[in-house]
Design a protein around this ligand. Structure first.
Ligand SMILES: NC(=O)c1ccc[n+]([C@@H]2O[C@H](COP(=O)([O-])OP(=O)(O)OC[C@H]3O[C@@H](n4cnc5c(N)ncnc54)[C@H](OP(=O)(O)O)[C@@H]3O)[C@@H](O)[C@H]2O)c1
Length: 217
């Protein structure tokens, strides 16, 4: 399967890129510039090689990356997500778009700061063509954990979305990453609740100087 990660040059994308390349997918790192996309593809490609992955990782500008793939992961900063997607909306047809985007406000405590639409995922769905299927996932996994191949990724991944086939695909892509378990929490409207767990985890991490993971039993 072809998967692109928009803003894939940032810290969050790295672990997903390597893990999906390792699972045999063709992965495209998206960026605002071809130059930065190429540099990230080379750098992450070298790290992937250490994990026994050869090839399968290339870089493209965000619009070209989205156009070329069946699955698009939005790894953009929350404040620039809507504007960036509006600028490349003609690259979208009927892709499955995964949103791990968590809008937060950083003060004495870190708090959830949703857009007017209610959540980042609903805003993304409203911004892109109706034929695109948005699935919310991966908000509660830290970038460092995803990119750490020494420690098992022992997390539950809560997902939600309005299209059952798209959610089934995201469950499959999630569970191809060893030790991750996906749990379907329902429609895309639920995303605000999933997104809001992340600032809670960050506040807990700060207080206890620990990296908490999330599991439901
Ligand atoms: N970091 C985490 O632990 C974590 C955990 C869960 C969820 N998330 C979510 O994952 C997403 C990505 O997080 P991140 O930490 O990887 O973000 P990031 O490093 O701040 O940014 C990712 C990429 O976005 C692009 N970008 C920066 N400014 C931009 C702008 N003004 N317009 C368009 N693109 C811009 C940059 O790529 P180019 O310069 O190459 O275009 C950058 O490398 C966020 O929505 C975050 O909420 C992150």
């Amino acid at each position: 399967m072809k998967i692109s990660l928009l803003g894939g040059t940032g810290s969050f994308a790295e672990g997903l890129v390597i893990r999906w390349a390792k699972a045999g997918h063709e992965v495209i790192i998206g960026s605002r510039t071809q130059e930065k996309a190429d540099a990230a593809a080379a750098e992450i490609g070298a790290k992937a090689k250490e994990q026994g992955v050869e090839g399968n990782i290339v870089g493209l500008e965000n619009g070209e990356a989205a156009k070329a793939t069946e699955v698009v992961v939005v790894c953009l900063p929350p404040e620039y997500t809507k504007g960036t997607l509006e600028g490349i909306s003609d690259s979208f047809t009927d892709q499955v778009v995964i949103s791990p985007v968590v809008p937060m406000q950083f003060g004495k405590v870190v708090s959830y700061n949703p857009p007017e639409a209610g959540s980042a995922a609903v805003e993304i769905q409203n911004t892109l063509p109706d034929t695109v299927k948005v699935v919310s996932a991966y908000h509660n996994i830290p970038a460092k954990g995803l990119a750490n191949f020494e420690k098992p990724l022992d997390y539950d991944v809560v997902i939600c979305g309005d299209d059952d086939d798209a959610k089934a695909l995201v469950v499959k892509l999630t569970e191809e990453m060893p030790n991750l378990k996906a749990i379907d929490a329902g429609s895309l409207e639920v995303s605000s609740m999933i997104e809001a767990i992340t600032p809670l985890i960050i506040n807990m991490n700060k207080k206890h100087k620990h990296e908490f993971s999330i599991k439901f039993i």
